[in-house]
Design a protein around this ligand. Structure first.
Ligand code: HEC
Ligand code: HEC
Ligand code: HEC
Ligand code: HEC
Ligand code: HEC
Length: 213
């Protein structure tokens, strides 16, 4: 990695305090010379061997069943233990793999899930805006329904955000298909420009203050 994690704090000062020109130069250097795929593949071990492949893939559960806030809030909350117990009070009740889940439910201590995706604090991101615009989870997180362990599928770099913001059309889908992992624009013959449910033109920000405040 060329920029170690601590350098995340340096740009805060730059973005907030330095003259615009200097920030522009930093951004230019960063944008053109930093590696695009720094954290792709990051898959920290989790305290419980929870499988998206099993739950979202084989069992076909919708993402929103667990990530309940993703349509309405900036943050896509990870579910509380009670959501797991909706089923696991009856299903696989003596599985050793669920021991920590049962204990967490009894004690009320949250399960210490490890964050996979994480933007630096100085970059703003809002799930609800993207979901409302019809950007699928798969565009940014990959085929979660095939992952035994969640890994970061995209770089989440500034260049990656901007690539889509400059030309979002190919990434758009009907609002109803946002969590559908199998959906494919070509197979569906979907043209966002001709979708009568699209009420307005989209205008993803490309100016600095759109994402940095
Ligand atoms: C049964 C509940 C459940 C369902 C259904 C579910 N998830 Fe999750 N998801 C979790 C839990 C628990 C975690 C935290 C543990 C982990 O990372 O595996 C998580 C983590 C994630 C993460 C990583 C979060 C981070 O730390 O960065 C992403 C991305 C994600 N889920 C996307 C999805 C998508 C997309 C779907 C639908 C295809 C989905 N999830 C369906 C429970 C669920
Ligand atoms: C809609 C029902 C449902 C929900 C909600 C649910 N699961 Fe499951 N889970 C299942 C089923 C069904 C299995 C497969 C059980 C089996 O193989 O006997 C399973 C299996 C598992 C296993 C593997 C158990 C084993 O011994 O192989 C783990 C671990 C697990 N779930 C964790 C979780 C966690 C953590 C949550 C909450 C984030 C959760 N599950 C939410 C239905 C659910
Ligand atoms: C436009 C790209 C994009 C889309 C679409 C998207 N995500 Fe994310 N997701 C991200 C980014 C970026 C982060 C890291 C956010 C941060 O650190 O502030 C993230 C983080 C998460 C997290 C970790 C908790 C959080 O909010 O930081 C979960 C869970 C998650 N996403 C689930 C989903 C689900 C489910 C969908 C589809 C309904 C979805 N995401 C759609 C880019 C996206
Ligand atoms: C796959 C396409 C795609 C990716 C990737 C993407 N965006 Fe967006 N973004 C959009 C679209 C579409 C909109 C909607 C614009 C609108 O509603 O007019 C949007 C809107 C936004 C907005 C405006 C929010 C508001 O309140 O109006 C911000 C901020 C934003 N994105 C930040 C990010 C950041 C930061 C990243 C990278 C971590 C990112 N986006 C990645 C497509 C994308
Ligand atoms: C679409 C959203 C978006 C826009 C617009 C945007 N940025 Fe960023 N920027 C980001 C994200 C996300 C990161 C964090 C990337 C990472 O963690 O790899 C970032 C990182 C940075 C950094 C830190 C570089 C580093 O070494 O990590 C600087 C400086 C920066 N941006 C400046 C700018 C400037 C100046 C502009 C206007 C010309 C701008 N940004 C426009 C999303 C955006």
């Amino acid at each position: 990695m060329i920029f170690p994690r601590w350098t995340n704090h340096v740009p805060v000062a730059l973005v907030l305090g330095a003259p615009f020109a200097l920030v522009g130069v930093v951004a230019f250097i960063w944008y053109y010379f930093s590696p695009q795929y720094t954290q792709v593949g990051y898959a920290p071990p989790q305290p419980v061997p929870f499988s998206h492949k099993l739950h979202a893939g084989d069992l076909g559960m919708d993402c929103v069943y667990c990530h309940t806030t993703v349509e309405d809030a900036a943050f896509a909350a990870v579910p509380p233990t009670a959501t797991c117990m909706n089923c696991h009070a009856q299903v696989a009740t003596d599985s050793p793999q669920l021991a920590l889940v049962r204990r967490a439910y009894e004690t009320g201590e949250p399960i210490p899930w490890v964050r996979v995706h994480m933007l630096p604090d100085y970059a703003n991101f809002d799930h609800s805006v993207h979901v409302a615009a019809g950007v699928g989870c798969a565009s940014c997180h990959g085929r979660i329904d095939q992952m035994e362990v969640v890994y970061q599928a995209e770089s989440l770099s500034m260049g990656w955000c901007l690539d889509c913001h400059r030309n979002p059309e190919p990434h758009l889908r009907p609002r109803s298909e946002v969590t559908n992992m199998d959906w494919d624009a070509q197979a569906a013959g979907y043209d966002p420009a001709a979708d009568p449910h699209r009420m307005r033109d989209l205008n993803p920000p490309q100016h600095c203050s759109g994402c940095h405040q």
